[in-house]
Design a protein around this ligand. Sequence first.
Ligand SMILES: Cc1cc2nc3c(=O)[nH]c(=O)nc-3n(C[C@H](O)[C@H](O)[C@H](O)COP(=O)(O)OP(=O)(O)OC[C@H]3O[C@@H](n4cnc5c(N)ncnc54)[C@H](O)[C@@H]3O)c2cc1C
Length: 393
Amino acid sequence: MSKAYDVIVIGAGAVGTSCAYHLVKKGMSVALIDMRDVARGSSSHCDAAALLSDKQPGVDVALGYDSIRRFLELQEELSNPFDLEQGGSLTVCETEAQVELGAEYVKAMQADGYDFQMLDKYEMKQKEPFLADDLPGGFWSSACCSLSPFKLCFAFVDEVKGKGLDVFIHTKVTNILLDDKGAVCGVDTDQGRFTAKNVVNCAGVWSGKVCDYLGLYFPVEPRNGIILVSSQTAPMCHQKVQEYGYLITKFQTGFKQDPLVEKYNVTMNIEPTEGNNVIIGGSRNFTGFTEVADINVIRAIARRAIRFFPILKDMNCVRAYQGMRPYMAEHLPVISAVDEVPGFFIAAGHEGDGIALDPVTGQLISELVAGEKPHKDISEYSYSRYKGKGPKA
Ligand SMILES: Cc1cc2nc3c(=O)[nH]c(=O)nc-3n(C[C@H](O)[C@H](O)[C@H](O)COP(=O)(O)OP(=O)(O)OC[C@H]3O[C@@H](n4cnc5c(N)ncnc54)[C@H](O)[C@@H]3O)c2cc1C
């Protein structure tokens, strides 16, 4: 029988390691449990961006901005670097119709006080000279960052391991235990029993399976994506660049600009890495639990990227990988206590924003577990949106 902890965190991805770190900073003892290893789920099969330019105006962008603020603090706070760069991001429109839609979006962001600017085709080419000549314009957002999600997970763990945090890898949680009042008292795993009065479900695409142990409805599903890595290159892009269609495919279906998008839901996004490669995305598909990259989707991603950056035609792709985004139909994660089960918390369902919202999610969960008022209004992220819903409700 292991020692009793204040909190058990299930899942050592970006979200779980951030929660564990922020909980220890509040003075709590934490067991971080993962069936694989630190950063071996979605958080090592993804892009590296914390964007504002892919958020919806309102609560979505407000949380994204708060998270970037916290990233900048963490850069000073954590001993190990995680390659944070606040280089901004460029969104490229392919048609005049998209420029008009983009201008409305930029206006809404500016009205909320965020630094977004429309760019005409010449201003855009100044930022990215290798863009195709026929693109009519786009917009720029200065606050967007890139970072290494893999290094970030380890930076959180290394900072507090042995100082309040114990990490258990290759350990699968198989049940959540309740006391006779129906409150959380621990978990069973394939390596034995752990005791704690609080459990945080940070199991990403698997968080629905963890909720199943308690009979709780949690409709998360994998929305898959593939990333290509180019051979090393002289600088050919200077910041995160994505096409406007990236926003459309994130929040809607039926973006009919290009046949490839229709077939594989592929839109261009690209960013340079520290090692002089470029990483090129991406796709958004519902193909179930899999980490296998389909060659047809890889081809489609390459073709779409060449449409925007013709120079890529002469480069090699050295690697491709697929990851699973924890998708929720409302496009908002759950960051919440679960009223039905005292001591049970959920931080999951971040879809394509689990890295971007990582610091603020950990901070908010630590406030909730400590019984404090969250520093932001997170009512829209409450589990209560599923009250009375779903087959198990
Ligand atoms: C192609 C692609 C590109 C992306 N790009 C971006 C981006 O640019 N910016 C961004 O913000 N987000 C991006 N994302 C999304 C991001 O990767 C996810 O939102 C994020 O990684 C989710 O983190 P997580 O900690 O919730 O899940 P994970 O990293 O998957 O961690 C969950 C962990 O739970 C563990 N686990 C599950 N069940 C159990 C159990 N029963 N017992 C013990 N352990 C368990 C798993 O082993 C896993 O390690 C992208 C995703 C993809 C696929």
